[in-house]
Design a binder for this molecule. Structure first.
Ligand code: D5M
Ligand code: FE
Ligand code: ZN
Length: 531
């Protein structure tokens, strides 16, 4: 079959937001009425499918006897068998090397759109099913059925686990009991932010929800917590203390907040370190298959990994966007170098072969990868694993926590960073590590529901940062930066793709080809740039 036809089918599917496996593309390219066949295949694919299979394609080619409605299936992740094993290698005899880096830090003010959140996420009882694997681990078994009960479960789980972190810090009461207090009473509450907005007078108002109900809170512009109030996002869990004000005795009143706390990472957190000299490279966003993929820079990086200078760099952690993918953003197909998603992974695998064979690799997916977009994203499926099998990599979910030489590394691709940068004053693309710090403060990787991050309804909220990591590694925003937050080293990895047309149109100037390198024995940061 001429490749031009294949490319046309791939592009047509990409326009509709789908990838397709090779057999499906072949079948559709041969269809007498190709456009109709493509439309029908898309119609037949389940809402949550990312890749059109040969089955969808062949059903699309069958003569129609009835109108084709969408079939509904559960998310395609229940067979996820992520290894979740933690890398650990025996001691090497290579020589140490350390490069000290400098932080790239700037900030700018951002706007703050607000939205309404759903009426109640906490009141229904859970469905009593067993919880799946640990919150942020390398093995996420999706239990989501996409039903309303799952949304209630995921919010209840989020509330329970985040409120637990705040419980010892305030003498809180349920919202319903706070509403019964008399005027001028002192009160404290732990709640999920059901709504948050600024008033015309420049004050902040939050509706805080717990399992008993909701209660309104005000942070006055000239009060102490006003410094933190602009960082409060819908659906996160916070603790407040303040005074109840009631105009009439029977009115539920409002709490004037004089103290506001995020769950945050305790200041006392003391990170674990390796007990020998060993380093890890924390990279992400390789984007193989894009015309902008920087193959030469990647080659220089992998050459360096082979050099004596990098002899103790024994780990390579890849935080998503291995390939450019297909149909990720509108118009993306015009910048593809490789149009077939599997060919992209084949090519990525070739580039992985350039990495020294004795290095330990860990890979999680990102929004350009061929797994479901909704977070948590399961690990790569068996087919993709077999394509990327050159290294015996630990293939894990997004997010995952991996323990490397005793150091726990929370790996998250980072899609929520776009939203935080847009909404939080002081957050900026120029300073991705600072934005990552806000996630640590919220102890949640994607705090807002219903925004840019698609969150899969599950029984358990896998995006809660339950255990405080020693290192927090993300990518996605294609910017390099690192900082420390209460002892946690936060690193954003830059990318291996030069500026795309879209990025140029929004003035996103990517930092390219940085390899952040962390000394696991000291947690000192260094980096090298290979551009
Ligand atoms: O996205 C890299 C960065 O660029 C990330 O901050 C999102 C942003 N980006 C890139 N392309 C688009 C489009 N088309 N719409 C919105 N935001 C975009 P990555 O997903 O890693 O390519
Ligand atoms: Fe990316
Ligand atoms: Zn990304």
């Amino acid at each position: 079959m001429p490749s031009e036809e294949t490319a046309r089918v791939v592009a047509a599917l990409a326009d509709r937001g789908y990838n397709a496996d090779r057999e499906a593309v072949t079948l559709l390219a041969r269809a007498p009425d190709r456009k109709r066949a493509i439309d029908r295949a898309v119609e037949l694919a389940p809402d949550d499918a990312l890749v059109l299979s040969a089955e969808h394609a062949s059903r699309a080619l069958e003569p129609t006897t009835q109108s084709g409605g969408r079939t509904h299936t559960t998310p395609d992740v229940s067979d996820d068998t992520a290894a979740g094993s933690h890398p650990s290698v025996s001691g090497g005899d290579r020589q140490p090397k350390q490069q000290e880096g400098e932080e790239i830090l700037q900030s700018k003010q951002g706007g703050r759109p607000r939205r309404q959140s759903p009426p109640s996420r906490l009141k229904n009882e859970g469905n009593g099913r067993d919880s799946p694997a640990a919150a942020v681990s390398g093995d996420i078994q999706s239990t989501g059925t996409g039903e309303y009960g799952d949304f209630v479960s995921v919010f209840r789980d989020r509330y329970e686990r985040l409120s637990e972190m705040l419980r010892g810090r305030v003498t809180h009461r349920p919202a319903a009991a706070v509403a019964d207090l008399s005027d001028n009473s002192e009160a404290a509450m732990i709640g999920m932010v059901a709504d948050a907005y600024t008033t015309s007078g420049g004050h902040w108002r939050f509706e805080l929800e717990d399992t008993s109900g909701t209660y309104p809170c005000m942070v006055l512009a000239d009060s102490k917590p006003a410094a933190k109030a602009p960082r409060v996002l819908c659906d996160e869990v916070i603790a407040v203390e303040g005074e109840i004000s009631k105009r009439r005795g029977d009115d539920e009143g409002v709490m004037f907040v004089d103290s506001l706390q995020f769950p945050n990472v305790p200041r006392t957190h003391s990170p674990s370190t390796a007990d020998r000299q060993v380093r890890a490279a924390l990279v992400s966003d390789v984007h193989v298959g894009s015309q902008e993929f920087l193959a030469d820079a990647w080659g220089r990086f992998t050459d360096w990994l082979h050099s004596d200078a990098a002899a103790d760099v024994e780990y390579l952690l890849l935080a998503g966007d291995m390939v450019e993918g297909v149909g990720v953003y509108p118009g993306q197909d015009e910048e593809l170098d490789i149009v077939d998603i599997y060919d992209q992974y084949e090519q990525f695998s070739e580039h992985l072969k350039e990495v020294p064979g004795d290095m330990e690799l860990v890979m999680i997916p990102g929004n350009h990868d061929s797994v479901r977009l909704a977070e948590p994203q399961p690990a790569f499926d068996d087919e993709l694993r077999s394509i990327m099998s050159a290294h015996d990599a630990t293939i894990s979910a997004n997010p995952s926590t991996v323990t490397v030489e005793g150091v726990s590394v929370l790996m998250y691709h980072g899609v929520s960073l776009d939203e935080l940068i847009a909404e939080l004053p002081g957050a900026a693309y120029e300073d991705p590590a600072k934005t990552m710090r806000y996630l640590l403060e919220k102890r949640h990787l994607a705090p807002q529901y219903g925004g840019q991050v698609r969150i899969a309804p599950e029984e358990r909220d896998h995006l809660v940062i339950e255990e405080v990591p020693d290192i927090f590694h993300a990518g996605h925003v294609h910017k390099f930066g690192y900082t420390r937050h209460n002892g946690v080293l936060t690193v954003n990895s830059s990318c291996w793709q030069s500026q795309t047309d879209f990025q140029a149109s929004v003035n996103l100037d990517p930092d390219v080809a940085y390899a952040p390198i962390v000394d696991l024995q000291t947690l000192e940061m260094g980096y090298a740039q290979f551009a």
